[in-house]
Design a protein around this ligand. Structure first.
Ligand SMILES: [Zn+2]
Ligand SMILES: [Zn+2]
Length: 265
């Protein structure tokens, strides 16, 4: 059983109201040993880091997270994480954020292409082939040069079209995907299996991508629910564990002070 959820959003994130202690209680009840809070920080082209999210956000997050960690010590380990969106758009701001906070775990995400959030496209009207390629190229830039520990939800661009009945698969851009995975492996980084709280038929990324990662020498995989509500913690983890095994992994990764270590499945 996977006993760590490495992608959770709480009340500190702009898009969640889940109270820290309620999330920890739920995780403890489920028998988890670790929870990583990875609240959003979006870096958006043309918008200053301070302008995109209020300035005190990171300081408040740090204080509350570290206090929460103390409260739960001995019962569950609270991992201090962040989900940095589009770090390649403002690398200096990203470095500054990472240098001024004692993170255990940094997820790098790509939530936007062509100046728009992926959730805002009408995929029935888009050239999905071109959009998929742009997405892959931007992610490659992050994989190659970004400061991160794991790439989150590698084929996230599959998610929103699926809700609109459109199929957009990163397997159609496998050459670029393999290039991304090679960069991850070369730099000693990892990827995650993101169960999106069970909202998709299959977690992200697909089994084909996980297998390619394994074949290319990838070893580091974390598992995260991407829960924005306490009841979604660890949702879909049975399938995540199956996928890990099917792709040839017998370990999952955890992090401390940005260094990975492994636990047996
Ligand atoms: Zn995300
Ligand atoms: Zn997330």
């Amino acid at each position: 059983m996977l006993k760590q959820d490495y992608h959770i959003h709480c009340e500190l994130s702009p898009d969640s109201t889940a109270a820290l202690d309620v999330v920890c209680s739920q995780a403890y009840r489920l028998g988890l040993e670790e929870v990583a809070f990875t609240d959003h920080y979006e870096l958006i082209e043309g918008v200053t880091a301070r302008g995109s999210i209020r300035r005190e956000y990171l300081e408040i997050s740090r204080e509350k997270l570290l206090a929460c960690r103390s409260r739960w010590e001995g019962r569950i380990r609270v991992v201090f994480g962040i989900e940095l969106g589009q770090c390649h758009k403002q690398p200096e701001a990203a470095s500054q954020i990472l240098a001024s906070n004692p993170y255990d775990f940094v997820l790098a995400s790509l939530h936007r292409v062509a100046h728009r959030d992926l959730s805002l496209f009408d995929y029935r009207e888009e050239d999905c082939e071109a959009l998929g390629e742009t997405y892959a190229r931007e992610l490659l830039e992050i994989a190659r040069a970004g400061d991160y520990d794991c790439l989150s939800h590698l084929d996230l661009i599959r998610r929103y079209p699926a809700f609109q009945g459109v199929s957009l698969r990163m397997e159609d851009h496998m050459e670029l995907v393999e290039e991304i995975l090679k960069q991850v492996v070369r730099r000693g980084k990892g990827i995650e299996i993101n169960t999106t709280a069970g909202s998709l038929a299959e977690p992200l990324p697909s089994l084909a991508i996980l297998k390619a990662y394994r074949r290319l020498g990838g070893e580091i995989v974390t598992t995260g629910s991407d829960a924005h509500r306490a009841e979604d913690v660890a949702k879909g983890f049975d399938r995540a564990e199956e996928l890990l095994r099917e792709a040839g992994f017998s370990y999952a990764a955890r992090y401390k002070e940005r260094k990975p270590y492994f636990v047996k499945l």
